[in-house]
Design a protein around this ligand. Sequence first.
Ligand code: NAD
Length: 481
Amino acid sequence: MQELMLQFIDNYWVPSQNTLSLPVIDPYRQQQIATVTMGDADDVNAAVNAARRAFDGWQALGGRARGAYLDAFADALADRREALMRLSSTNNGKTLAEAGIDLDDAIACYRYYANQARHLEHRQGRLVDHGMDDVEARVYEDPAGVVGLITPWNFPLVTSAWKIAPALAAGCTVVFKPSEVTPLPENALAEIALEVQLPSGVLNLVHGNGEGIGAPLTSHPGIDKLSFTGSNRVGEQVMRAAADGSRSVSLELGGKSPIVVLDDADIEQAADWIMAGIYFNSGQICSATSRLLVHDSLADRLHAALGERIDAIRLGDPLDSDTDMGPMSSARQRESVEDYLAIAAEEGLLVVRDASHRQLPEQGEFVAPSLYCDVPTDSRLWREEVFGPVLCSRSFSSEAEAIALANDSDFGLAATVISDDTERAKRVGRALKAGIIWFNTEQIVLPEAGWGGFKKSGIGRELGPWGLSDYLEVKHIVGPR
Ligand code: NAD
């Protein structure tokens, strides 16, 4: 078993005064693989103070030098690729392929923001175009300050990269809290900070749960900005905490995203994209397209094609390259999904494939993939984020109905449209209320394109230039020419 994981503050590994600890569990073997220390408000305070001391120096370094550190982070992650994929798979239950995507997207993000940091330096002090000949106006973008970053467990490396990389590129210093469920992969970031000789205090990593670290971090007056990815329940608490002191807050929250299959779609191709949209990472994806909307004329054949594919999914050891789907990331998440399956039974939902129809591996926190059809729009499974391998389907008879059903949700994170007619797919996509809409493809994530949601899916955008702006304050200097 690995040793107790310590706090990383001011470039030192330090024990917490809090004597509580939590086991870190391998959800396939159902064994403890490490112990994570449960930090407390004193650890948060020490980390915020370290980040504050480091701030002026890190800002003064400039974008070019900060970009070099971010490139070094990307290189160091790439050097650890195999080991990190295994660690992530073991801690998270992800298949190796899913762990590879988490890591590769994270590396791409560090590289993208390394470039953005250099562009930032280049554009500092540029002239503002305006109509007054005798007035000079220049624009600067300064870092927001000391930022508190909080992430969930489903894609540990990528959700943290989407915050840490732009924050460091902007010149902010960071106090970062990973999920207590999957602290192992992100602990590597502290090792990398030491390896690349990141200046002390620029990146601090504090382990603990919501009560011990999350709440003190969000309410700490020394934090200038908060960025949170996780559930709506906690996101709203974070927003309330940010209201004290009128601090800026960005939220990446839940989703209940639609996938729309129009009447001219190729059924076999559509079935492949639908499978990838909901069963990838055992359904634990914020952008999971968990509401299938299919034209009446295709529904039966599409459900049959999906049923065959669901039966072919191989559940098993996530470290085995033959495995398609690993266990849920924790016993708690398995129980939460099972609760929804019980609700589906109570609601009398029509089953195409139900999770109890197949034998599960002898060990592991598994939930088998399921598919329900003709799901009423007032079903809890249609409206709430399940965060598991559960697909709900209903059919429509016109494009207008499909758009109305797709948009009838509290969330608006993502959507997919499938049609043989590309222009039609894009037109329908344009009518959907979501931050990212894919047409005729699996879910492609580009560091250059924004990520974030309409409605209850969040506030703000990560990735792209928007992800960097989130950590910048705009400053104009104006006077006589
Ligand atoms: P969660 O909200 O339970 O926990 C997220 C983080 O918040 C964890 O680090 C947790 O320790 C911390 N936390 C808990 N209580 C806190 C408090 N009072 N104050 C501050 N921090 C606190 O979410 P989860 O179960 O880890 O993740 C699943 C959720 O994340 C899903 O809803 C999913 O949709 C969402 N998610 C969204 C995106 C996105 O980009 N929109 C990406 C990934 C996951």
